[in-house]
Design a protein around this ligand. Sequence first.
Ligand code: PLP
Length: 400
Amino acid sequence: MAFLAAALDRVKPSATIAVSQKARDLKAKGRDVIGLGAGEPDFDTPENIKQAAIAAINRGETKYTPISGIPQLREAIAQKFKRENGLDYTAAQTIVGTGGKQVLFNAFMATLNPGDEVIIPAPYWVSYPEMVAICNGTSVFIEARIEDDFKVTAAALEAAITPRTKWFLFNSPSNPTGAAYTYEELKALTDVLVRHPHVWVLTDDMYEHLVYGDFTFTTPAQVEPALYDRTLTVNGVSKAYAMTGWRIGYAAGPLNLIKAMDMIQGQQTSGACSIAQWAAVEALTGTQDFIPRNREIFQGRRDLVVSMLNQASGIKCPTPEGAFYVYPSCEGLIGKRTEAGKVIETDEDFVTELLEAEGVAVVHGSAFGLGPNFRISYATSDALLEEACTRIQRFCGSLR
Ligand SMILES: Cc1ncc(COP(=O)(O)O)c(C=O)c1O
């Protein structure tokens, strides 16, 4: 009898974490490697947030907290949804988890039965299908094609809905493409969802604050109030406040769903880290200066990377509205040969040979469910991005 659970046969390790590890390993061996694989801001957590955590330690806020989070943070979350998204939630309708990752996972755990379907636009964040698989659900993918600016159409969503559909999983701005839906684009999707009352909406708004130019962020329950009773809105402090290591994510939604997630979390990790929760209270209620500063820097980097990649032969790089990723196509290089004689047959070959030849680590699109593309995280310095893009240009130019 096999010792490991059968569920593990359905799960893959994270390709993005694997790429970061490979880059670290090569660096440790003395190779000059630029890692553009990691999905986290390169900035330090703002000082006011760090000080709030230190003050919490000094006050002795070092004990177990309520499972769903300290009341002060849940209240701050309810106010955030009101202030930034025009959504009315009571503190009791919110839950705090150890990262958005735990919140998403527990939402699936609390709702999926074998055979239940989750509609996921592809390309997708690598963890979505794996979470669904662990929770015995079935992922149903709909393509968000490069021709459609990496956004799914209302017709594609409509066609994917079956009587077994439990969730539509929405992520805007998107990891890995950076695509963000305008109000009108989102309304076209919510119009479909209104017609299918058995489908719930799980929206992952983790990159809400990272949108550029005059783009305005909107979220499904705001665009279509009729969906409020069947929407779980997930967010977190990781990306907006450079707090990836603090592990605080949160959600708001219907009370019975929040209670079910609370029950699971109570047998799993209990409340998130008390100190990190106090830091998150400061993130959500303190000065928000960091956000526009951060956004401006990222916008400059996006423009730099898009422009340089479009000058690389065989690469086509759309300009995304948000997040800190670009998702260029390398279709123009498939079938070409490296100087060492290796034929590039897939996007995975492309990223492997790029790392080999030029020491630039990026993630292949097939890991995100749509290729031939690759993902670049531009959450690193301008100087490194410029050097990395120069190397990508040289590599693409060397292919025959
Ligand atoms: C789309 C998306 N959702 C959720 C998360 C999870 O973030 P965290 O668990 O740090 O809150 C990430 C992190 O990479 C992400 O890219």
